[in-house]
Design a protein around this ligand. Sequence first.
Ligand code: DGT
Ligand code: CA
Ligand code: CA
Ligand code: ZN
Length: 579
Amino acid sequence: MRNALLSAVFDQMADIMEILGKDRFRINSYRKVARTIGELPVDAGLLLEEGKLAELPGIGKSSLAKIREFLEGGRIGAHEALLEQIPTSLLELLQIPGMGPKGVKAVYEGLQVTSVADLQEAVSDGSVAGLPGFGQKKAAALLKGIEFLQASTGRIRLDQALEAAEMVIAHLRDRPDIDRIEPAGSLRRRAETIGDVDILVATRTEGSQGSIVESFTSAPFIERVLAAGETKGSAIIQTETTPVQVDVRVVETDSFGAALQYFTGSKQHNVRLREIAVKGKFKLNEYGLFRGDERIAGEAEEEIYEKLGLDFVAPPLREDRGEVEAARDHQLPALVQIDDIKGDLHMHTFGSDGRCDIEEMAKAARALGYEYICITDHSESSIVANGQTPKRLAKQIKLIRRINAKLEDITVLAGAEVDILADGSLDFDDELLADLDHVVASVHSGLTSPREKVTMRTLKAMDNPYVTCIGHPTGRLLGQREAMDLDMETVIEQAIQTQTALEVNANPYRLDLKDTHSKMAIERGVTLAIGTDAHSAAGLNLMPFGVATAARGWATAANILNARPLATVETFLKAKRPR
Ligand code: DGT
Ligand code: CA
Ligand code: CA
Ligand code: ZN
């Protein structure tokens, strides 16, 4: 099923001829072929063999010859000749929303624009607006389109990647010829940002690989097909929030494990594995682990590791950060899992900028099977977040105690997310903090201050005997805001000295502490608290992102405060207090 690719080639020939100002009649006939092929329910190659291709609308003698050329040799000479007549970068302009071949022709001929960067410049200096048929409004729209295109080629957040993967998997799952379907690549490793989403499909059914690729590339959510072949399809899909590139690869079930291992990466981890294979006189590739010509592992990923003499390495660890040595020495950590989590210690309600009340949060947490939660609304200085005055917090504490007495099967602790002020002091005084069970102290302003200043503020907050956790320690927002320039070594040292937990904020914009900082903290013995920072009941569902980030930092359940039962948590929370 090479229909999508073949159709794209005819469309591209039409595009180039239109840019070059060629004969309208031939342009239209190529477009027609592209549409006819694109809409075929069966493989064009099959119809060609049966001699039925020529009966289709718009397929004349010369088109038929080109189709045959493509199906037999994977290329069309006329297409390649056309490509030579324009700069390749010119075709990228067609990907800008609102830019068709006519527009490309105009900026190419009128302004010698040959790339997206050129066009951006020509819009900015006003020359595009001056072209016939353009004007201010169209130029402004083009700039927006360029920004969209650039945003769409950047890295995306984990939640966006997961949404895209789920769309594709849900679309393909019901095909009876699919044995297994799993995300691979950085998404499976739960990296903090994702370049593109890789999905691996296994089939045993002879000849169905291409048709699986085609079901993907013809799915309703596809924006644009980048490539479609016999075993791999690549396309941009539109999710709720962003376009996402998804690569779908179809392999035989016999080699699924090897392919999953290969395409999960990371590249560095795979390089290490290949070295071990070579030393042991094996050959390792995406089809399997071989000794001579014999495949000794392939269908199960676990087998690859086992036959290489390694313990199974969970995907979040596959970054070549010591996991290969640990797997060889049977020293891998038993990673924290979502089922280990017994509560959530960071969330907001109507008390500040949340969108649910305390009971709604408690009931949602109970439905997740939690033993306890802590309400941590903002403090007074966080004006935009509707932070609570001391008076409001005092009232809220009473309310929490009342609700807690009424609720069964879950304990609601009283807490606050208190601002760390510019001088490192806290937004509430100790007397009020003493009435709380748990105090998350966070920096929300002055994040761009120099290293000494932001570090000093954080260290000083930990000196307070009521501060039990530092919230989102670096303050970063992925894709939006840089992390503070914290001296992480010193912050970790202080966390141990003062028995303060550090948060792994589970919000996919934050993931803060990040994986490598979590690993540093765990190695020194810091207790981490994974908090969702939920602003609604649904926000509690972000916990798995935090768990994955902690796992990428080699966390076991023992390292995580909220993986402990309530009594043990309460002991930790009281440990700093004056007796
Ligand atoms: P991304 O997409 O930038 O977030 O990161 P990945 O890790 O998903 O990378 P991607 O999509 O380029 O490739 C998926 C996996 O395929 C990668 O993690 C390892 C494997 N892979 C791709 N290219 C190579 C290669 O040249 N050598 C090796 N050893 N593995 C590769
Ligand atoms: Ca990828
Ligand atoms: Ca990829
Ligand atoms: Zn916060």
